[in-house]
Design a protein around this ligand. Structure first.
Ligand SMILES: Nc1ncnc2c1ncn2[C@@H]1O[C@H](COP(=O)(O)OP(=O)(O)O)[C@@H](O)[C@H]1O
Ligand SMILES: Cc1ncc(C[n+]2csc(CCOP(=O)(O)OP(=O)(O)O)c2C)c(N)n1
Ligand SMILES: [Mg+2]
Length: 319
């Protein structure tokens, strides 16, 4: 009998293999092998992306791939980790198994592998009759005991965010034709999040996480884990000029819509200058939006008239 490759393995060989890096063993074995320097520990995270839920069927395939990788890299950034490698699982309807689809998907990943200095370690390929479903496991590293946790914010620490908040949620509205995205900025922020890797806040930030489900909800997670409360000021929250133009009626979308993939951080007041220095070094904007209180479980957002804002939902929930 001739030893030929079944189509599944031809696809892996032809398209996926070129993404494989150190430790992947050329995708020839059952698993990858990873060594890590003794002074480091591994940081592991997995996030899935599902057609119709996380992205549109009509989205460009290379952008879907980049968003998948970037959302996971954002989780590593949220832990203060440096990327090492990733595992990729794809489950696709049969019509996706063609050269054009795989060329686009892998070219998106290849682009970002170079940008973020990361390579593929392995994964799995399956078919399913309905939707595109992806899962990516990102592996990073931090110096031992130096990762950024959600549970160490202290009363009085400032609350900070990177970048601008709400653009992607507005981009989603634009893609649903509910608002106009004149220059394409908002949809671009939806399609291509910017993982905030490289911001070195070791021994500076007291707690941190990435914002994926909505600022208000994610701040709730951080304050709960740290057993503190929070007061933030809506007019201090950094918004892009495209978001500002839409006006106050879209503020709630910005603060609760999710898909930001920015970092939420707490920083003791005596470390603020160091944090700002690091933000300049990494060229990542950092803005103070409030502070931690001793009102455990209370997240208050004041509007510009110092009136507490009430939200219909504080953020995204799958169920
Ligand atoms: N199906 C699951 N199996 C194992 N762990 C899970 C599962 N779903 C969520 N988690 C864990 O629960 C925590 C919260 O999940 P999630 O809200 O998705 O975090 P994130 O927003 O950082 O991706 C994370 O530590 C995540 O690893
Ligand atoms: C087509 C489409 N509809 C709705 C959304 C909004 N949305 C879907 S999941 C999600 C939250 C982030 O995804 P999740 O799976 O919760 O990631 P995690 O918090 O685990 O990182 C948001 C804001 C979207 N991105 N795309
Ligand atoms: Mg998750």
């Amino acid at each position: 009998m001739q030893n030929f490759l079944a189509p599944e393995f031809q696809f892996i060989h032809q398209y996926i293999k070129k993404l494989a890096g150190k430790g992947a063993l050329g995708l020839t074995d059952d698993a990858a092998i990873l060594s890590v320097e003794p002074e480091y520990e591994l940081v592991l995270t997995a996030d899935a992306m599902v057609e119709h839920v996380h992205f549109f069927s009509s989205d460009a395939v290379d952008l879907i791939a980049q968003k998948l990788l970037r959302c996971n890299l954002s989780d590593l950034a949220g832990m203060g980790a440096e990327p090492v490698g990733y595992l990729l699982t794809v489950s696709l309807p049969k019509h996706c198994f063609n050269a054009m689809w795989f060329e686009q998907f892998t070219s998106g990943l290849q682009r970002d592998q170079e940008l973020f200095h990361i390579s593929l370690l392995g994964g799995d390929t399956t078919s399913n009759p309905h939707n595109m479903v992806f899962s990516l496991t990102a592996i990073g590293k931090t110096l031992k005991n130096k990762s950024l946790r959600r549970n160490n914010a202290q009363v009085g620490d400032g609350i900070w965010v990177t970048g601008t908040i709400g653009d992607a949620a507005l981009g989603l509205l634009a893609l649903k034709n509910e608002i106009n995205d004149v220059d394409g900025f908002l949809t671009q922020r939806y399609h291509l999040p910017q993982p905030r890797l490289g911001l070195n806040l070791v021994d500076i930030a007291s707690a941190g996480m990435d914002i994926s489900d909505g600022l208000i909800q994610d701040l709730g997670h951080l304050t709960r884990e740290s057993q503190v409360g929070a007061i933030i000021y809506a007019d201090q929250i950094p918004l892009s000029k495209q978001a500002k133009i839409l006006g106050n009626s879209y503020l709630e979308t910005c603060l609760t819509g999710g898909d930001d993939y920015e970092l939420l951080l707490t920083i003791p007041q005596d470390k603020e200058q160091q944090a700002i220095t690091q933000s300049h070094k990494a060229n990542i904007p950092l803005t103070k939006i409030g502070y931690c209180t001793d009102q455990q479980g209370s997240v208050i957002c004041y509007d510009s008239n110092k009136i507490t804002m009430n939200f219909k939902n504080t953020g995204w929930s799958h169920i």
